[in-house]
Design a protein around this ligand. Sequence first.
Ligand SMILES: [Mn+2]
Length: 356
Amino acid sequence: MKLGFGLYKHMLNKEHYNFARQCGATHVVIHLVDYFNQGVREAESSQPLGGLDGWGYAGGTPDSDWSLENLNVIKKEINESGLELEAIENFDPAHWHDILLDGPSKEQQISKLKQIITQVGQAGIPTFGYNFSLAGVCGRITTDGARGHAETVGMDGLCAASTAPIKNGMVWNMVYDQQAEEGDLPKITHDELWQRLTYFLKELIPVAEKAGVRLAAHPDDPPLSFMRQQPRLVYQPDMYQRLLDIVHSPSNSLEFCLGTLAEMSEGDIYEICDRYTRQNNVAYIHFRNVRGKVPHYQETFIDEGDIDMSKIITILKKNKFDGVLIPDHTPQMSCKAPWHAGMAYAMGYMKAQLKN
Ligand SMILES: [Mn+2]
């Protein structure tokens, strides 16, 4: 098993590569999507809540940043800092809004995703994480409920940010069309959403296989059957199996988020972890902890939630899991660098766990 670190787009620089290395990481998972383009930048190093107007405008990352040339440059800088580039996390809604929404540009956009995945393979990046979701991460509140009154996120029942409809021109917490007609996204069924995913996987998995890339699915966070009046895809542990059964391939894999899985109302987190790692479906792991289940839960420090993380490590070792673990996110610690302190704390804990 390998210790990794997740870095957002504005953190792709020497300072943060060194910080990751100092925390003991050997691998990094990076984001290229500029989630807060023209939005509120203060949320950048904290966790965005996903208000009704979204985080920012899609497409803020220029296409040239997704080019093979630029991927090679980023990888080289990361390698020069003593790290390996394990994965890119998330497509830009600008590149796939009509795949999520079954819109008129669907075929053009799937070609674009095929090109991106091919280039990711050419750059020698083994994994691409995605979250096939209309509402995205939303409906959460901030509290001081982690240990020592640390600021954290969670749900305390449903609120407007979880039940209000999604406006036209928006998907996945971002605005992709500023000129969209007034009104809300039409309502669809769970089956329609699964049909959209089926199209995406059947088109993209063969390309990913050829490119030597594993596509890795994140579950819905928070895992409820509907959010913002739209159905969600993977909100119970068994739904991961339904996704895997659409196309059987090593390239159809999971971005296994322990926190989100533990928030689900069904299932036993240890059995779930055992099952999917035994089947070799897990590309990499979001190694974080929570207390409670939807719609009443909160994210916690890694050693204070409901999950016994050392028990998870024992299961991963038993199944010879050889992938990357990243902390995903943590509560903010009370100091001048709340994000850095929270991440460093989780990393130290994880490094010690991996040594045992
Ligand atoms: Mn996650």
